[in-house]
Design a protein around this ligand. Structure first.
Ligand code: NAP
Length: 488
């Protein structure tokens, strides 16, 4: 191999890839490359530019603990402010020289003879000891399999691929879906479109959002490091408590939160029939709980209609529902979510013995703490299987994973020429514990289907506990869980 050997290659320059790069750099592992297929960093915050796009975790929590900001404009900042934060991180941490934009990974394979990863990109070969997959959990848009969708005569695009050249003013616009993206899009475009039709399959549970700008006084308060950390901790622990007291299971808290959500609906929607159609039939928490103060009021507008008949097909002029009605549309927006396995399905990763990641995951995605897998030495994933969170900032999970990888890098530094591989019994032990908790979880028992579950009904998406419990297990790499292997 003639290419210089890097400490690590990070695939993806979104939140998690940048977090990995900053921490690796600060820990002295500065010989790395960040490969990003797009021409800009930012991941989900680069891609999701739909009207109304904003975080639904407060920015003081949804930001890296080791790269804090005091100047966030509001509790839940809009997409542009988060994207600017990520771009500032690159500049402030001097990552630009190691960032390779417009570089697509074609194949990554573990070379057992040298214990190195060979990463083939459309711009050439790179070689590193460690490979970190930071390709995002929700990246691959899920387009509904509706007959006639490709023949729609107007503009049709997914929420994550918003076509800003299309004007909505004066157009008949349809939105399929009422998930986290749709509840932000609908209020943002209602009033611009001549008429907006929202196609709902299952109503979401929605709690009040209470977004607000930070006053000058609050920003001054948050410039004091100790106070800012205290504030962040209070945001974190408020969310942890919901998981501790049962938000991951059906509990007394479920009924209390449902009552709050019903009262939120009642306050916003006067029409009892519309209210009935917006009331979920499954338990709160089974699907992601949404936060919005303006989605219900938008649905109450005279120029917005909610359609709850199932969508059956798309014709050139509109959408046809199960009752045979054709809803004429000029623009069709698919706010239909993402394929959680999509990100890794697209990567051709080949481990020890020529086994691909797709083969290893044929019976369901699995990794020790969502991070490392038997058969794939020195490969680490960020936001891998069962590391999603419904109740708290997913960056808490990312930071724990990044520390785990740093533990591996430090160990490897003491053992040149060797690689770390998860012991199968460690991976199986953690899998069994997760599955046992998931069997009794709200996502299994809450009376809904969701993208949290894979085609076989297994939940390989969410962590079934608190972020703190995950952090405790993951942050410090337990050497007993790994074997040091030498060149084969
Ligand atoms: P989502 O939560 O998966 O919602 C997709 C919506 O489309 C659901 O209402 C779903 O209905 C509907 N749908 C899917 N296929 C359909 C079909 N064939 N016919 C009719 N309806 C269909 O997707 P998302 O709203 O893009 O959100 C995905 C995730 O991204 C969120 O859970 C969250 O993690 C993240 N996100 C975060 C933010 C934020 O932080 N502010 C914003 C947006 C997204 P069913 O419920 O019946 O399946």
């Amino acid at each position: 191999m003639s290419a210089p050997v890097l400490d690590l290659i990070i695939v993806g320059a979104g939140f998690s890839g940048l977090a990995m790069a900053i921490r690796a750099d600060r820990a002295g592992f500065s010989r790395f490359a960040i490969l990003e297929k797009a021409d800009r960093i930012g991941g989900t915050w680069r891609d999701n530019t739909y009207p109304g796009a904003a975080s639904d975790v407060p920015a003081h929590l949804y930001s890296l603990s080791f790269a804090p900001r005091s100047g966030w404009s509001r509790l839940f900042p809009a997409q542009g402010e988060i994207q600017a934060y990520l771009e500032d991180l690159v500049a402030e941490n001097g990552l630009g020289d190691r960032l390779r934009l417009g570089t697509t990974v074609r194949r990554a394979s573990f070379d057992a003879a040298s214990c190195l990863w060979r990463v083939e990109t459309d711009r050439g070969l790179l070689v590193a000891r460690v490979l970190v997959g930071a390709v995002g959990a929700l990246h691959q848009p899920a387009r509904p399999a509706l007959p006639g969708l490709d023949g729609f005569a107007g503009a049709c695009f997914h929420s994550a691929e918003w076509d800003h050249r299309r004007t909505l003013a004066g157009r008949r616009v349809g939105v399929i879906g009422t998930g986290a993206s749709a509840v932000q899009i609908v209020p943002a475009i209602a009033g611009t479109a001549a008429h907006l039709t929202v196609f709902q399959r299952n109503p979401p549970w929605i709690l009040p959002r209470h977004d607000r700008p930070y006053s000058a006084g609050a920003k001054a308060f948050l410039r004091i490091g100790a106070l800012r950390r205290l504030y962040r901790a209070s945001l974190f622990w408020r969310r942890e408590l919901t998981a501790l007291f049962g938000f991951t299971r059906v509990s007394w808290l479920t009924a209390g939160a449902e009552a709050l959500a019903r009262s939120h609906l009642k306050t916003a929607i006067a029409d009892p029939d519309l209210r009935r159609r917006l009331t979920p039939s499954y338990r709160l928490g089974c699907k992601r709980v949404l936060l919005s103060d303006d989605f219900y009021p938008a649905l109450g507008r005279p120029d917005v209609s909610l359609v709850t008949e199932p969508v059956r097909a798309v014709r050139p002029g509109g959408v046809v529902t199960a009752d045979g009605t054709e809803h004429p549309l000029d623009v069709l927006i698919l706010a239909t979510g993402f394929s959680p396995s999509g990100s890794y399905d697209r990567l051709d990763i080949v481990g020890r013995g020529g086994r691909t990641l797709a083969q290893a995951w044929r019976d369901g995605a699995d990794a020790l703490h969502g991070v490392a897998m038997t058969g794939f030495p020195n490969l680490f994933l960020l936001l891998g299987p069962n590391t999603g969170l419904g109740h708290n900032s997913v960056l808490a999970m990312v930071e724990a994973q990044v520390e785990h990888v740093l533990g591996a890098l430090a160990w490897l530094r003491d053992h040149p020429g060797r690689a770390l591989e998860v012991r199968p019994e460690a991976q199986a032990r953690v899998r069994a514990a997760i599955d046992a908790r998931l069997a009794d979880s709200i996502w299994a028992r809450g009376g809904c289907g969701s993208w949290y579950l894979d085609a076989a009904g297994r939940n390989r998406t969410l962590w079934p506990g608190t972020a703190t419990s995950y952090r405790r297990q993951t942050k410090r790499l337990r050497r007993g869980d790994y074997a040091l292997i030498g060149p084969a």
